[in-house]
Ligand binder design. Sequence first.
Ligand code: FEO
Ligand code: CA
Ligand code: CA
Ligand code: CA
Length: 569
Amino acid sequence: SARAAQDTSRFAFTPIAAQTDNTVHVPEGYSWKVLARWGDPLFSDADGYDITDGGPVDRSDRVFGENTDGMETFDFNGHTLIAINHEYPNRKINLPAAQEGKPANANDVKKFQNIQGVTVMEITETPEGWAVIKDSPFNRRIHHNTPMKIVGPAAGHDLLKTEADPTGTTSLGTMNNCGAGKTPWGTYLTCEENFNGYFGSTDETASYDQKVADGFKRYGVKAESWNGYEGFDPRFDTSKAPNEPHRAGWIVEIDPADPESTPVKHTGLGRLKHENAEVAIAPDGRVVVYMGDDERGEYLYRFVSNGTYQPGGPTEGLLNDGTLYVARFNDDQTGQWLALTPESTGMEPADIAIFTRLAASKVDATTMDRPEWVATSPVAVEAYCCLTNNKNRGVKPNGGGDDTSANPVNPRETNHYGQIVRWRPAGDDHAADGFDWDLYVMAGNPTVHSDAYAGSANVNEGNLFNSPDGMAIDSTGLVWIQTDGDDGNEGDFLGNGNNQMLVGDPVTGEIVRFLTGPSGSEVTGLTWSDDLRTMFVGIQHPGGTWPDGEGLPRSSIIAVKRDDNGILG
Ligand code: FEO
Ligand code: CA
Ligand code: CA
Ligand code: CA
């Protein structure tokens, strides 16, 4: 029984085996159900929206978007709201008629732009399970053309000005929304990750160096986009709008309770390939935001506000007036947050914000194996970051960056399995500049290797996984880990099966498998209902025909419950 299991372990279920089929598995005594799939109408004017040929461009901004990622739930005056990222399109699925999924016209681009961004929607639990409330006044799609405000140290800077926005304080849209975050004042944070790939130059006469400005290089903005936007939307053509890439790569705050509100890009949180935004409040009330920059050989960041948060008090400036820091991990398992200031970097505050990566290179920070989600514990003053993998040890990212050789926190030469680092801030204060760190888990495969590639002692034949990415810590302190890795289930990955969600007890170190995704998918995004009796889990880019069993695969959010409606952490 669940009770007996709890007597010996904090996990109230029997762990499941690795799987390779095209569906979702959860432990005995639990079940799952789809809450929302790409193309599901959020408004009744989109009823009958048909995805078989990728869906009509008309009303493509009235349906649930593609490739769900980070998400958070909000309880607002008795309404359950959920905000969900839609990271990028599955080009061949969304444009099945187009050559290699490349947009052939402005309508194709518009469709891509509409199915990405963020959904806010109201949901409710019915006797048949959780459902979207169609036409709720809270339902909203935010996409690549939604007006945004730009605030903070870079707002109004020349590098953010365009012909369409000579003030440098407004922009259109948010893109490549990866992980998420939630503020204690009830807003949603959505994080712009691989924004670089949306821009390109149509100037046939320009040289590569003319097309790829110096400021683009470290961020990987290239001469050509991967999605062909620049051919049909001049905003993404860097020969016409050379500053537009500076207006992406930010963290955006959205008020889910006010569908008329304008989303806000907070330049104080720096410009990088933002994975997620984990917010913690220091003992003195200062706001701390932990942020990974997901690129091989880039860094882990922290923001600390100058002002303090008081429940119900003003929040203006709390995500902009403050200091950015970058992490250094020392050999002796201590570490420091290094401030990025005019004194430490020789750069102006606006330049530190716009070219955060260049600022970080001026101090003695530690290059990382792709920092993905950061999670803090509600029961202990500690934080965790997934370092997903690194196939380019020693290679300088985008021709810039720093010493990317192995280091104490990223110790393996070829790192195709990943690890999770944990740190405990000095004085139990997330705003303190010192910390102690350890490796919570080194993923590996002890059935194939007996050296460092076997992984840490808490990795065994029963919980094999690779490439930890999404992560959240529940109210009891259990660490939920989601993977985005090699699901080929052979060679070094034999026994890993499909991507999955595991849960770990950080006190004992034990990690067990809770959920497996359908073949081809990544499991990413996790949040709980207010009563903690439902977990919402994101299934991104599934293969096969999941979840419908026929037709095109559809990325979806699922609701996971205990059959006895018990609490899930
Ligand atoms: Fe969008 Fe680094 O994952
Ligand atoms: Ca991710
Ligand atoms: Ca990933
Ligand atoms: Ca992904």
